[in-house]
Design a protein around this ligand. Structure first.
Ligand code: 3HC
Length: 691
């Protein structure tokens, strides 16, 4: 079947694009569309052309997979758009589903646009580190004005068809069948001359609009390239010819597309979708329907987890051991919702509706009807085993029994039940109602159904689920442990904590390792270190971080940790820490040296990469892309860097290995092997790790 079907409806030629699933502008599509326009040009019986998408959507954009092809092999969207703009007969875009990026650009080069009521239209290119590259930056401001165009192009978020109608971006909303409405519209406008062309209009926009946009992107898109190109081009739409803007757009598009930022964002686009695919699990793997949930523990994690379910209308039973803890947990949930309502992001009515779905209880028996039960009590194996033993007695057959453990062995937890196939780890990240990541820990006996249901549940509660294997810390925390260790060493060698954190800010992370530790609470790591040393019969740990905790400085919660927190939240370098470090270095005879920002960034980032490679080798993560998704959604790694593994690919794995050796971190065997073979993690994913 051709990628573009031609059919005649009287004097109207209908071109239907068939490139499932989203009718991206892939190789074959422009050829088919050009052939259609050839017919329309040559056949005097054709008065107008309708372009429509077959299947679920209009064109969802350029084919992102072709971005790295040599120019001559990539489908020429601009060429087709230019032909449409100059075409001598009326053309009508019939839009349903999502007209995104190049799809909307193509539609804007048509003479008219008719949309289904449920359609959405947008220019999301900024999310891929590029800009609308087929006339979008020049046409959209000419239709909706520079301000609205900037809002759409900088957020990347689509608008609904009804709004598009109001803005004049579409000419008509179809009543009933879209194709019939578009064909009728085309017939009614077949003789309209001169043909209205958006490229011939002028665009409105004041200097203040562009100044505000330039200020805005410093906060919303700090460190990114394409948003400032978008603002420059939108401004050109208001004060230069269409041709000048169109040419500049082509140049800047290529510059943005060929940047590491765009490669990083595109990598994450595909990695996120790939993460949903689990080797061995097909689309037909049966899932169970989750109609209600149970949560054990109403602390920070339990409360946040419960909110995820309430937010999508699922009833939750929440269990605590004392009325006081239960009341406290409930009041935190209420306060969270009320704060959201105060910001105008939900109504008080919604607050009450969500809370009405919540059943607090002191009885585990209350969980007997839940389809999924998530245990979120503190990290202690004996306590968890006790709970799972009880759950085994109480939960209905087929219920999923999940632990929110962040470190413990899910196999051991499962071993106390008679149904290990129902047990899984669901590791939420704090604040659990906000962070998008869900590590889904597949234990040895977890059934395919439980795994597939958990993946589907992640999507339902709007999380990005990534499947990981059982090990201490799973993927995210196991890697962060090494990162924290490296940060600690860097300070011992002479760096100031604020310099270490600044090195990660420079990479685009909102927090460095020490700000993160202060926020999480320094006592957590302290207690683990003390416990591990005791169990191993080793002397009591006495590092500089231990000494800080022993001064009662536990982090943000005590308003003092590695940093001081005079206003409760904002970290300020601490003279007390400086003093402690000077004394510590003197006591331990540590010499101090200047460490460059470059060394700081490399050592910290590569400590993540090195452990990531080890995790891949052990099969704890299925793909390097999964690790990147974990770091973007769970740890604030900037998406435009593509995650730590993609960042390493960009640096060249040979360089990463050489640097690790230089800095005394032994490279993981897989990393060394890939470097020797001149390969990347992305190649490893393609060759070995993918489903
Ligand atoms: N190019 C190539 N593949 C694409 C694609 C695109 N533009 N858009 C989606 N796909 C693929 C996905 O990778 C996925 O593949 P898979 O099944 O092998 O994993 C499949 O299509 C289905 O996508 P989703 O799983 O995301 O399906 P949803 O129904 O959840 O969402 C969507 C559909 C809203 C269209 C979403 O896919 C999306 O947002 N796509 C990206 C749209 C976009 O960014 N367009 C602009 C492209 S850049 C451009 O046009 C440049 C131009 O200005 C020159």
């Amino acid at each position: 079947m051709s990628m573009v079907d031609q059919t005649r409806q009287g004097q109207i030629l209908v071109l239907t694009i068939n490139n499932p699933p989203v009718n991206a502008f892939s190789p074959g599509v422009p050829e088919g569309l050009h052939a259609g326009l050839d017919v329309a040009e040559q056949d005097s019986g054709v008065k107008a052309v309708v372009i429509i998408g077959g299947g679920r959507t209009f064109i969802a954009g350029a084919d992102i997979k072709t971005f790295d092809l040599p120019r001559e092999q990539a489908p020429n969207l601009r060429g087709f758009v230019a032909r449409l703009d100059a075409f001598g007969k009326p053309t009508v875009a019939a839009i349903h589903g999502t007209a995104l990026g190049g799809g909307l650009e193509l539609a804007m080069a048509c003479t008219y646009r008719v949309a289904d009521k449920g359609a959405q239209l947008g220019l999301p290119e900024v999310k891929l580190g590029v800009l609308p590259g087929a006339g979008g930056t020049q046409r959209l401001p000419r239709v909706v004005g520079a301000q609205k165009a900037l809002e759409m192009m900088l957020s990347g978020n689509p608008i609904k068809a009804s709004e598009a109608l109001q803005l004049g971006l579409v000419d008509e909303l179809a009543e009933g069948d879209l194709l019939s409405a578009a064909v009728k519209f085309a017939s009614d406008h077949a003789d309209a001359r001169p043909l209205p062309r958006i490229s011939e209009r002028s665009a409105q926009g004041s200097p203040e609009v562009f100044a505000a946009a330039r200020e805005g992107i410093k906060k919303t898109h700090k460190g990114q390239l394409s948003p400032s190109f978008i603002v420059d081009l939108a401004e050109m739409a208001t004060n230069q010819s269409f041709e000048a803007g169109w040419d500049a757009e082509a140049r800047l598009f290529v510059q943005a597309k060929d940047s590491p930022q765009s490669r990083g964002l595109r990598h994450i686009f595909f990695a996120e979708r790939e993460a949903g695919k689990i080797p061995g699990l097909t689309k037909d793997t049966p899932t169970t329907e989750i109609k209600s949930a149970g949560v054990i523990g109403a602390g920070t994690m339990g409360g946040g987890i419960a909110m995820n379910f309430l937010n999508v209308g699922l009833p939750v039973t929440i269990v605590e051991t004392s009325q006081e803890a239960l009341d406290r947990g409930l009041s935190v949930i209420r306060r969270n919702y009320e704060n959201t309502a105060k910001k105008g992001r939900m109504t008080q009515d919604d607050v009450e509706k969500r809370l009405a779905l919540l059943t607090p209880t002191l009885e585990m028996e209350g969980l007997k009807d839940a389809d999924i039960i998530i245990e979120a009590v503190f990290e202690n194996m004996d306590v968890k085993k006790d709970i799972f033993g009880k759950l085994d007695q109480i939960a209905k057959p087929g219920a999923i029994l999940a632990s929110n453990t962040s470190t413990l062995d899910v196999n051991e937890i499962a071993s106390v039940t008679k149904r290990p196939e129902s047990v899984i780890g669901l590791h939420f990240f704090s604040p659990a109602n906000v962070m998008k990541l869900l590590e889904i820990v597949r234990a040895d006996n977890t059934s395919d159904t439980v795994l597939a249901t958990s993946m589907a549940l992640a999507r339902k509660i709007k999380k990005v689920g990534v499947v990981v294997g059982v090990c201490d810390g799973f993927v995210g925390n196991r890697m962060i442990h090494h990162y924290g260790e490296e940060a600690r060493k860097l300070v011992e060698e002479g760096a100031r904590p604020q310099d270490v954190d600044a090195a990660m800010h420079a990479l685009g992370l909102p927090m460095g390792p020490f700000e993160m530790s202060d926020m999480a609470g320094l006592d957590v790591g302290y207690l683990i270190r003390q416990h591990q040393a005791k169990v191993a019969g080793k002397p009591k740990p006495d590092g500089w971080l231990d000494q800080i905790v022993e001064q009662g400085r536990k982090g943000q919660k005590t308003q003092a940790g590695i940093y001081d927190y005079p206003d409760g939240r904002k970290p300020v370098p601490s003279p007390a820490t400086d003093e402690l470090l000077s004394r510590y270095r003197a006591e331990k005879n540590l010499s101090r040296r200047e460490i460059s920002p470059e060394e700081l960034t490399k050592r910290l980032t590569y400590s993540l990469v090195n452990e990531g490679a080890q995790i891949l080798d052990e099969g704890i993560a299925q793909r390097a892309g999964d690790i990147d998704v974990i770091y973007i959604y769970g740890y604030g790694f900037p998406a435009y860097r593509g995650g730590p593994m993609q960042y390493a690919d960009e640096q060249g794995l040979g360089n990463v290995v050489a640097d690790l050796e230089k800095y005394g971190q032994p490279p993981a065997p897989l990393l060394r092997k890939l470097a020797e073979e001149g390969k990347t993690f992305a190649q490893w994913d393609r060759e070995k790790g993918r489903a």
